[in-house]
Design a protein around this ligand. Structure first.
Ligand code: 6GU
Length: 259
């Protein structure tokens, strides 16, 4: 169970974006929870203004510290009321200036009870409130988006699917690309022949071991071509695979230690 809390100027974007399909159903079933808190609700001026000019000049506007802080405070106090004392809830500021999000991070964050995401807009947020509340600065890749909502949704989706019970039980979330550093092998469904393209023979053979071998070979081939750095990582951790393969090529028994 992870409770996701998102501080944003566009709460409807978060709720809409995560209400469909697997994540939406997980929320309905109570396996995860999702709340989007509108930072604008915490302004203290009558125009509900959340931004102002940056000191020192420069393009664009900045989100001011006070409404961000008060929105965070309201959420943090609610969390503290149901949580054991002393455990600090992570506050993730989604920013292209953060470290890059990856699968292992998703898996780790899926163990948290509560996660707070802070979505920036305009040219950013007053540094002082970031220093006060943020625990992690995280980006989703080397490109710039107009706001933090899409990156927050990306991270929440990736984290949520690692929470037990979110995916169907035959799918552990562990079998796909990146959990083992390899890209996915190609898959086929009916019909056996489509536009004169045939499903690879081995998949129709019923030989489970052969199928697994073929899939691994396909994954390796793709990974080597498309993501050589991932391939190298896998190769380093799976040297026994190459030993076995070499033995097979020499027609030696698996049990023989030396060849
Ligand atoms: Cl986390 N935020 C924004 N605004 N742009 C991004 C990003 C985050 N990650 C990549 N680009």
């Amino acid at each position: 169970m992870v409770n996701f809390h998102v501080l944003t100027l566009f709460p409807e974007m978060i709720i809409q974006g995560l209400s469909a399909s697997v994540i939406g159903r997980a929320v309905d079933r109570g396996v995860i929870s999702l709340e989007a808190v509108n930072i604008r609700d915490y302004t203290v001026n009558k125009h509900k203004k959340v931004d102002d000019y940056p000191y020192g000049g420069g393009a664009g506007m900045l989100m001011q510290a006070q409404p961000v802080y008060d929105a965070w405070k309201a959420v943090a106090e609610k969390i503290d009321a149901h949580k054991e004392k002393g455990k600090r809830t992570k506050v993730i500021y989604v920013t292209p200036g953060g470290c890059t999000f990856h699968q292992a991070m998703a898996k780790e964050l899926a163990k948290e009870e509560d996660l707070i995401f802070l979505c920036g807009h305009y040219e950013g947020i007053d540094e002082r409130v970031l220093e006060e509340i943020v625990t992690d600065y995280v980006s989703i890749g080397d490109y710039v988006l107009t706001g933090g909502e899409l990156p927050a949704m990306v991270m929440i989706d990736a984290i949520a699917r690692m929470v037990p019970g979110v995916l169907g039980n035959q799918d552990s979330g562990e079998t796909e690309s990146f959990s083992n550093y390899l890209l996915e092998y190609p898959q086929y469904s009916r019909p056996e022949s489509w536009m004169d393209k045939k499903v690879p023979e081995v998949l129709l053979s019923g030989d489970h071991k052969k199928v697994e071998e073929w899939r691994l070979e396909q994954s390796l081939e793709r990974t080597k071509a498309i993501r050589p750095e991932l391939y190298d990582k896998w190769a380093k951790e799976n040297q026994d695979y190459f030993v076995r393969k070499a033995k097979k090529a020499c027609n030696l028994k698996e049990t023989m230690v030396n060849y």
